[in-house]
Design a protein around this ligand. Structure first.
Ligand SMILES: *[C@@H]1O[C@H](CO)[C@@H](O)[C@H](O)[C@H]1NC(C)=O
Ligand SMILES: *[C@@H]1O[C@H](CO)[C@@H](O)[C@H](O)[C@H]1NC(C)=O
Ligand SMILES: *[C@@H]1O[C@H](CO)[C@@H](O)[C@H](O)[C@H]1NC(C)=O
Ligand SMILES: *[C@@H]1O[C@H](CO)[C@@H](O)[C@H](O)[C@H]1NC(C)=O
Length: 363
């Protein structure tokens, strides 16, 4: 009990077998060097695997967070474009309260990054943390020590941390946001899933409403976090809700699905990638609609068993409004969850939509 080191430590024998740094898998060995370009404006892309990265707009990408299986070809390609590529970092927080275990986890991440020729790590801890708990302090230390270790061991490396759309203990994630921002290169603000906790009317709403999204950044900045430490994350996916009742003025009432203390949540819906949404919207019951208050597109359809659905998402129109704020407020940049969500087929309508989504990031 309580003595487990968890599943994240490889057996010592295996670590030795893999060696400190394997042979460079790239055709040009120079592509295994870390990317040390200047830390300017960011376009930060989460990649969840599969081959679609070959069709990304690499003229924009500054960093790829590799959340899929390790793909050496993606690493070589990113480096050939001068883009950083970083590991995903996650660990159960109870396991890093002990400083020795924390140090072991960190050195394992640095070793892995060296072995795979990665340029840093994106720490994605989405666990519940109580304010002033042992985990609360350990998390800030984890970020600080991880950043120190990466910066020391890998030239030009980048350490970033993912936070919710607002610092107001969203989903019971009460972190030391100012301490964490100070401790790493920048925060990736996940400005989506903003209906994860619905405290008022239990109805379908936008995944990332415009004003709610901006209010989150203003809260981070009001805490004293430099706008240059914030990268805006936008969703390349939406939510499909089954309506209990759908009114003529487009109010879709939801069943009560509680989440982390809130009575109602977007957990009542299911996430749909932009590619699937664009295949459905034109033939839907309502066609493409726009909500002027939330500044987001949506549509409605009836499924094969006669149930009404409402689908909320983001498109070039809603994203470019938010991207304009990134520019005017002087944030570090923009990024998305996730790069794989678009239709990268060579079909004409798909190609045009996909290009427009990449373009919307940097108006
Ligand atoms: C946070 O505190 C509450 C109330 O003391 C407790 O029930 C809960 O388990 C704690 N959560 C975590 C993740 O420690
Ligand atoms: C947050 O972290 C900073 C830097 O480590 C520290 O100075 C500050 O006291 C912490 N704040 C809280 C509320 O723990
Ligand atoms: C559904 O909406 C209609 C139109 O707004 C309303 O008349 C009806 O009472 C609602 N039904 C339920 C079960 O809420
Ligand atoms: C849907 O309609 C729009 C506007 O009429 C059009 O530009 C687009 O190509 C259509 N999408 C598909 C997948 O046919």
């Amino acid at each position: 009990m309580g003595r487990s080191w968890g599943g994240w430590l490889l057996p010592v024998g295996l670590l030795q077998l893999l060696g400190p740094a394997g042979a460079c898998p790239c055709r040009d060995p120079r592509l295994c060097r870390p990317v040390t370009g200047p830390a300017g404006s960011e376009v930060f892309v989460f990649d969840v695997g599969k081959e679609t990265w070959k069709s990304y707009d690499w003229s924009k990408i500054t960093t790829v967070a590799a959340f899929g299986k390790y793909d050496p070809e993606l690493m070589c390609y990113a480096h050939s474009k001068g883009s950083r590529i970083v590991l995903k970092g996650d660990v159960p927080l109870q396991e890093i309260v002990d400083p020795a275990k924390r140090a072991a986890w960190i050195s394992q991440q640095v070793d892995l990054a060296k072995k795979q020729y990665m340029d840093g790590i994106n720490i994605d801890i989405e666990q519940e943390v109580n304010e002033t708990s042992p985990e609360y302090y350990a998390l800030t230390e984890l970020v600080k020590e991880t950043t120190d270790a990466f910066h020391r061991e890998i030239a030009g490396s980048q350490v970033t941390f993912d936070v919710a759309w607002s610092p107001a203990c969203i989903d019971k994630r009460c972190y030391n946001y100012t301490g964490i921002a100070e401790a790493c290169d920048f925060l990736f603000v996940m400005s989506y899933d903003e209906q994860s906790q619905i405290w008022t009317d239990c109805i379908a709403k936008a995944n990332a409403p415009y004003l709610q999204t901006l209010a989150g950044y203003e809260e981070y900045i009001a805490m004293g976090i430099d706008p240059k430490k914030l990268v805006m994350g936008v969703p390349w996916y939406g939510y499909d809700y089954v309506c209990q009742n759908l009114s003529v003025d487009h109010v879709c009432s939801l069943p009560k699905v509680p989440f982390r203390g809130a009575p109602c949540s977007d957990a009542a819906g299911s996430q749909v990638p932009y590619a699937a949404i664009m295949k459905q919207v034109n033939s839907s019951l309502s066609g493409l609609l726009w909500n002027e208050v939330q500044k987001a597109p949506f549509y409605e359809y009836k499924d094969s068993v006669g149930q009404f659905h409402q689908v909320w998402f983001d498109d070039p129109q809603s994203i470019s409004l938010k991207a304009a704020y990134v520019k005017s407020r002087g944030l570090r940049g923009i990024g998305m969850w996730n790069g794989n969500s678009l239709d990268y087929s060579r079909e004409a309508a798909a190609e045009q939509q996909t290009q427009a989504m990449w373009q919307a990031l940097t108006p």
